[in-house]
Design a protein around this ligand. Structure first.
Ligand code: AVJ
Ligand code: FE
Length: 382
């Protein structure tokens, strides 16, 4: 398989011209509406999982966010529906309660999305897109929610036909599950996004990181390797698990998910949590890469294969880079720093190419398995 290269962060904000901004917003919207076109109102309004929102919540939240940032904050207009601000704010109304409160029904949510978009067009015609940062953030917000919605749909068995796409099968030239080790020599590298163009605040500032030599797997761990881990007592051998991971596994009776056995043995394993990924690595005499190691290796051209099929868990907790400044959306990153979140890198088949860059940082709790996440191993050089 051809090695996958991720885009570097963009040197310019893609949304800078206002027509470009509206076109990008409309493309994102086409994708959102197409994603849910096959679902009836009941499926859209149901909370399929306590850790996910009803899909109709995501739809109206996308609109509320757009109205807040473009018409209200950027263009100085009043909110279209101030009465909805609280229930469609991610912090005021957390996921666990979104299934229990009165929400807009799916038809109302679609109408709200359309009305907000009309106001966005008016606002941009009136004041322009500025340097494009706000519009780019709104576009990527909608695109990121399309992945969140796909997670919900995957849990509920509601993904549209053809998804997930046939996953690229990683090289059959080697025995399934084997992967070359790539050695990355010690030395400094520049981590994070350049100062120009759009990037999330947590990717900045770009800074020099000194790393020792390490090895990283050429390919992500496959379903076949994961099955060998399972059959070799992966979920029974205490010594492979961290204390916290073992406690979680015992309390919730965690075993491997059925889709691992059903998946193509040569395709990357998906829907594994951080605790499992960590145990798998220990069982393999390896460890997870730190996010700095991951970014350094992924930035070397033609080295890593299979990047961007599944998110890759790293050993790192989500935190600020030295000199971090929250901008412009304070609640995007800062409120998650210092928690239990672990960083994932690379993107998945469900991540929009616009979002998927070399420096993009995703994060989730170590118990979470709903994301399209797998593992790439690393190890020390001895
Ligand atoms: C970057 C995927 C962790 O879903 O919590 C969506 C993206 N932020 N709306 C999330 C996000 C606000 C975020 N992740
Ligand atoms: Fe959001």
């Amino acid at each position: 398989m051809v090695p996958t290269a991720l885009r570097q962060a963009d040197a310019e904000v893609l949304c800078a011209p206002p027509e470009g901004a509206l076109a990008a917003l409309n493309d994102a919207r086409d994708g959102t509406l197409a994603l849910v076109a096959h679902l009836d109102d009941e499926r859209l309004a149901t909370a399929h999982s306590p850790i996910m929102s009803p899909l109709a919540w995501d739809l109206a939240h996308i609109a509320a966010y757009e109205d807040l940032w473009i018409s209200h904050k950027h263009a100085g207009m009043a909110l279209l529906r101030p009465d909805l601000a609280e229930i469609y704010d991610a912090f005021e109304t957390p996921r666990s309660v979104r299934g229990e409160i009165e929400l807009l029904d799916p038809a109302q949510a679609r109408r709200y999305m359309a009305e907000v978009r009309e106001r966005t067009a008016v606002a941009l015609a009136r004041v322009g897109a500025g340097d494009g940062t706000i519009c780019e953030m709104v576009v990527r917000h909608e695109l990121q929610h399309s992945e969140t919605m796909r997670q919900t749909m995957a849990l509920a068995g509601l993904l549209p036909q053809g998804e997930p796409p046939l996953r690229p099968v990683m090289g059959r030239n080697t025995h399934a599950g084997t992967s070359e080790w790539i050695e990355v020599p010690a030395g400094p590298f520049e981590m994070g996004s350049v100062p120009d163009g759009f990037a999330y605040d947590n990717e900045r500032p770009r800074h020099t990181v000194e790393l020792g030599a390490f090895q990283i797997a050429q390919r992500p761990v496959t379903n076949g390797s994961w099955m060998r881990f399972v059959e070799g007592g992966g979920y029974e051998r205490r010594e492979w698990w961290s204390d916290e991971g073992w406690a979680w596994k015992e309390q919730y009776d965690i075993t491997h998910e059925g889709n691992v056995a059903a998946g193509d043995p040569d395709a990357p394993v998906c829907h594994v949590g951080w605790f499992e990924a960590d145990a798998f690595a220990r069982a393999s005499g390896a460890r997870l890469p730190s996010e700095a190691e991951w970014e350094k290796a992924a930035g070397l051209s033609g080295v890593l294969e299979g990047v961007g099929i599944v998110w890759e868990w790293t050993s790192s907790r989500f935190g600020p880079y030295p000199g971090f400044e929250a901008h412009p959306y304070r609640e995007y990153s800062e409120v998650f720093f210092g928690g239990d979140y672990r960083v994932l890198r690379g993107g998945s088949w469900a991540t929009s190419p616009r979002v998927k860059t070399l420096t993009f940082r995703n994060w989730d709790l170590p118990i979470r398995r709903q994301i399209f996440a797998g593992v790439r191993l690393a190890r020390d050089v001895t």
